[in-house]
Design a protein around this ligand. Structure first.
Ligand SMILES: Nc1nc2c(ncn2[C@@H]2O[C@H](COP(=O)(O)OP(=O)(O)OP(=O)(O)O)[C@@H](O)[C@H]2O)c(=O)[nH]1
Ligand SMILES: [Mg+2]
Length: 423
């Protein structure tokens, strides 16, 4: 099954734990604290590559977890940083926040990267907490724990030109002769199930051309995976509309043109405004006179000024078509890139402190700044807890609580720490 939209789960690595350790050598029996810092967790990074052209691999792997940071150790040794998890996606992949459907990144260029989740910071080792009044802190800090998130990947083909037409009209064959692409070609409909991209070089310039899977009547209502395929036409600047003028599949070439255009405009009004070059394919299969009369009939019926005729077999008309595409593209402005919203998965809040009062009279303190402090407080360790209390005073949390009405004996909750306030 064709896959161009998939939801996956990503999780950056947690930060490593800080170490609690004291220097012990032959000379120094009871040395100072030397517990090192925890390492940073690995990040989740998306990277676009032209080597992929579907999201197919995500059918089998939907969970991506970066490595956790290593714990700190004695002799002030910092823990190892966790390895980043690099997720390769085809160029043209758009990352979407499934909670609000907003686009958070548009990976439209080969090699482009996007850091979706940053690894957690490592905890402080006990050496960090040493001060003039606290010579031997016996506590250290836990590393930051990072939550898993869901993210939607959607593939939108990025090409200047889209080859559009009924199945079997020779789109892939044309792509193979005008570009470096090597698509599958066969004499049956729906050989192409996902767009192939190729770079076409002409007169020293290049453009990207996509072979869109064949469209059929009813595509705009979903026939023949129509919606999936039409989606890929949305972003092209120019449509090369291929019509099998030889009628080798038994359809009427005049009607083909009409049907495809109807499907395009039914799917999206804007698609009918996209500039088109009309190309008759497989011209080698009919004689010149017949071809001429079919061109005339077409021009008359549809009031189209220009029709290009090609044969991918004999290469007749192919060079002229390449030049025509280049010339036409130069007159069409580049499509605007997608509107990208600020990415908030990764916003780390180390600055806020808020207080709310529960119905039972207890006070809860929350927000990034306080949670960062509370991380790793060991209540059973009197020094760790004393440090925490001092910090609460220094940060003005106790004053804030008093302003909100806290009195001696009231319960205060900070993450999983619960204590009674004593003056
Ligand atoms: N005689 C002749 N046959 C051609 C020409 N171009 C393509 N064909 C043949 O037409 C058949 C279909 O070609 P494809 O390029 O696979 O057609 P397509 O439009 O990509 O088809 P789908 O991927 O199914 O939509 C193949 O058997 C090709 O060899 C041509 O210029 N002349
Ligand atoms: Mg094809």
């Amino acid at each position: 099954m064709f896959l161009d939209r998939v939801k996956i789960s990503i999780k950056a690595g947690n930060g490593g734990k800080g170490s609690t350790s004291f220097l012990h050598t032959k000379q120094v029996a009871n040395g100072g604290p030397d517990g090192g810092e925890g390492g940073k967790g690995g990040s989740i990074i998306f990277k676009a590559t032209n080597d992929l052209n579907t999201l197919y691999s995500f059918r089998f792997k939907k969970k991506f977890i970066a490595e956790n940071g290593g714990d700190g150790s004695q002799k002030n040794q910092t823990g190892k940083n966790g390895k980043d998890e690099i997720i390769l996606v085809p160029t043209g992949t758009v990352l979407i926040n499934p909670k609000n459907d907003k686009i958070i990144a548009d990976l439209s260029e080969d090699g482009q990267t996007f850091v979706a989740l940053k690894g957690g910071v490592g905890g402080h080792g006990n050496a960090f907490y040493k001060s003039s009044v606290r010579q031997a802190p016996s506590f250290s800090q836990m590393g930051e724990v990072v939550e898993a998130k869901e993210i939607l990947l959607e593939l939108k083909t990025i090409a200047d030109v889209g080859l559009v037409g009924f199945p079997n009209v020779g789109k892939s064959t044309l792509l193979s002769v005008v570009s470096n692409a090597n698509p599958k070609i066969a004499n049956y409909p729906f050989t192409t199930l996902y767009p192939n991209l190729g770079v076409c070089e002409v007169l020293g310039e290049t453009f990207v051309i996509a072979d869109i899977p064949g469209l059929i009547e009813g595509a705009s209502e979903g026939a023949g995976l129509g919606h999936y395929f039409l989606k890929h036409v949305e972003r092209v600047r120019l449509i090369v509309h291929l019509i099998d003028v030889s009628q080798s599949d038994g359809r009427d070439y005049l009607n083909d043109y009409l049907v495809i255009n109807q499907e395009l405009s039914k799917y999206d009004e804007n698609l009918s405004k996209t500039k088109q070059i009309v190309v008759f394919s497989k011209c080698d299969l009919i004689d010149e006179e017949e071809l001429k009369s079919r061109i005339d009939a077409f021009k008359k019926k549809y009031k189209v000024d220009e029709v290009m005729c090609i044969s991918s077999y004999t290469r007749d008309g192919v060079e002229q078509l390449k030049k025509k595409i280049l010339e036409t593209l130069k007159k069409i402005p580049k499509k605007e890139s997608l509107k990208v919203e600020e990415f908030d998965f990764d916003k780390k809040d180390f600055s806020t402190i808020s207080i709310k009062r529960h119905d039972d009279g207890s006070f809860e303190v929350y927000g990034g700044r306080i949670e960062n402090l509370a991380r790793g407080v060991i209540i059973s360790d009197q020094y760790s807890f004393a440090y925490f209390q001092t910090k609460l005073k220094e940060m003005g949390v106790i004053d804030l609580l008093k302003e909100k009405g806290m009195k001696e004996g009231d319960t205060v909750i900070i993450k999983d720490i619960v204590f009674e306030y004593v003056e």
